[in-house]
Design a protein around this ligand. Structure first.
Ligand SMILES: *Cc1c(COP(=O)(O)O)cnc(C)c1O
Length: 357
């Protein structure tokens, strides 16, 4: 097997999905399975379907294009770009929207393709990423969508805990429900979707404090990594679906302080060092081109990450009880950003495993 490798356990993802689908069902919520963390991997999307997901969502059309043939509805969860409306219509059934000009273009593209496209209007509840902040604008967009041919208004949504650190709460979720109810009464229609939040909303739901009208959550991190708000573990999920393996290409005894350090490092920073004497240092074939080294948590707790450069990772092996050799692989846990970066690096091989969760 080539290294470095991002190992992805499909059994764990399927089991996490099954448990979250069941937990959501108990609260009247149907989750969307969000695939962007692993770039719309068809294997992962299928594991989500096997776990009970009926709608797959991704922020990027290139990712959605990877699993067109899978038996699930497709949702674009980043606002469509004006430049890609034809592809949005071709590749997805539903999109999240907040701009009138894009909605008009989507309608035109849907007419051209002779398709009906479903629209969820995004309202900003204070996290200050996407969505109308002004309630009257959301109501106006609801009216607009109904007037546009081949678009169907199916609901409202909001995103939280992504930019502004605003946690989903009964209060802000109720605000979204109130907007949905205003749209329903003003236009005499029934919205089928109130899409409250991401995995960050699971705590509120599991605590029984999510308003009962909220019937959709868009779940990515919780299904794949078993984490939710503040990256905390989500009950009944496992956090061990993904790890990184990198190969040792050198092991040498070296001083811990460079000899006559005066220059900047490869990234223009002035390096600083603590003198720990002579140490056993290992070099791994992975670097900052693949992943921020701060993201790497060695599973052997006696190993510490010393630093590295674009193509190299330097670790300290001095305190290990296990004797490592060149050619051995070191295993690392990763944070959300680390998984995303490794998934994105074409130098990191992806291995799908089924270890029976
Ligand atoms: C990424 C994203 C999600 C999923 O977030 P997780 O934290 O991975 O569950 C949901 N909705 C939107 C709009 C997103 O961008």
């Amino acid at each position: 097997m080539p290294y470095p490798t991002l190992s992805i356990d499909l059994d764990v993802i399927e089991s996490n999905t099954r448990n979250m689908v069941a937990a959501c069902q108990a609260h009247g919520v149907k989750p969307v399975g969000v695939t962007k963390l692993l770039l719309g991997s068809p294997e992962v999307a299928q594991a989500m379907i096997d776990g009970g997901i009926e709608i797959l969502g991704d922020a990027r059309l290139m990712n959605l294009a990877r699993y067109q043939d899978l038996a699930a509805e497709k949702m674009l969860i980043r606002l469509p770009s004006f430049s890609e409306v034809d592809k949005v219509i071709a590749l997805t059934d539903i999109s999240l929207n907040s701009e009138s000009s894009v909605l008009c273009a989507l309608s035109e593209a849907a007419v051209k393709a002779n398709k009906i496209h479903r629209v969820v209007l995004m309202h900003d509840l204070g996290d200050l990423r996407e969505g109308c902040f002004d309630e009257s604008e959301t109501l106006w967009l609801a009216e607009l969508v109904q007037s546009l041919p081949n678009l169907e208004l199916i609901g409202v949504g909001s995103n939280l805990a992504c930019y502004g650190g605003v946690a989903p709460s009964a209060e802000n979720q109720n605000q979204l429900v109130a907007i949905a109810e205003k749209i329903e009464s003003k236009f005499g229609l029934k919205l089928s979707v109130i899409s409250g939040a991401s995995s960050a909303g699971l705590d509120l739901m599991l605590a029984g404090e999510m308003p009962s009208q909220v019937n959709q959550l868009r779940l990515g991190a919780s299904l794949i990594m078993g984490i939710g708000l503040n990256d905390e573990p989500v009950p009944t999920t496992q956090q061990n679906a993904i790890h990184l393996e990198a190969e040792l290409i050198e092991i040498k005894q070296k001083p811990s302080v460079p000899v006559n350090s005066t220059a900047l490092d490869a990234f223009g920073n002035t390096p600083e060092f603590i003198d720990k004497g002579i140490r056993c240092r290992g070099l791994c074939a992975i670097g900052r081109q693949d992943v921020e080294l701060e993201q790497l948590i060695p599973t052997d707790s006696h190993i510490s990450v010393v630093g590295g450069s674009s193509d190299h990772l330097i670790v300290d092996l001095t305190d290990c009880s296990h004797e490592y050799h060149v050619g051995d692989r070191l295993t690392f846990d990763l944070g959300y950003g680390g998984v995303l970066q490794c998934a994105t690096s074409e130098f990191v091989h992806k291995a799908y495993v089924r270890a029976k969760a």
